[in-house]
Write a protein that binds this ligand. Sequence first.
Ligand code: PEP
Length: 254
Amino acid sequence: MSSRFIVGNWKMYNTVSQAETLVRAILADYHPHPTVEVAIAPPFIALQTIATLLASNTIHLAAQTVYQEDEGAFTGEISPLMLKAVGCRYVIIGHSERRHVLGETDQDINMKIRAALRHQLHPILCLGERLEEREAGHTTRVVQSQLQQGLAGIPAKEFPQITLAYEPVWAIGTGKAATVDQAAEVHGEIRRYLQEQYGIEPHTQRILYGGSVSPDNAEALFHSSEINGALIGKACLNAESFGRIIALAKAYTP
Ligand code: PEP
């Protein structure tokens, strides 16, 4: 795989007018590149405004989560139909904050992935161990279990629609990114698992790294052919640092 994918997850930051300002600042310095794809995932309330701003641009719109039903009495939720209609191409599913703060289970995540795929939304499935799991030597087991349950019942022919994001929980929002070796090792294990279980050719599955990616560490991460891009939290809330990471992805795409 010879392209990079950079995704900015805004989490619960920015009012609609702040979102508009940030997108305008990102676009002011954005130059499309044939091998670097970019997406931003603002809060739901800003999707429509940002969809309009991105309309003539190659930056894609992503959502931060989705509910598994098309419509119904599910107060506070949002459906894949709605996300598709507003112009989302991607949806982040199973982010660690959804799993560990909001109680999403692997079964919920599996239903969400299926729902997204039903509506031609491309899931970005997040995987990652907690610190205590890593320290106990359980990283591989945890990530494989999340993969197995998250992808249950989904045929391998659908996998090209899915982006994986390895995001160790201990690295998210802590300023303590995984080392390139740590990330590359887990990415390699994910690829081996997908090959053994589903016959997926190792370098065909797009796997991003996420967890305190910044302009200071992105270059080293992008030197690794195991790392197909980055899912970025804090550093994407500033147009300059997000732009610098995108520029590094352009410079170091194999
Ligand atoms: C994230 O929210 O997915 C994330 C990786 O956050 P941060 O870059 O702030 O660690």
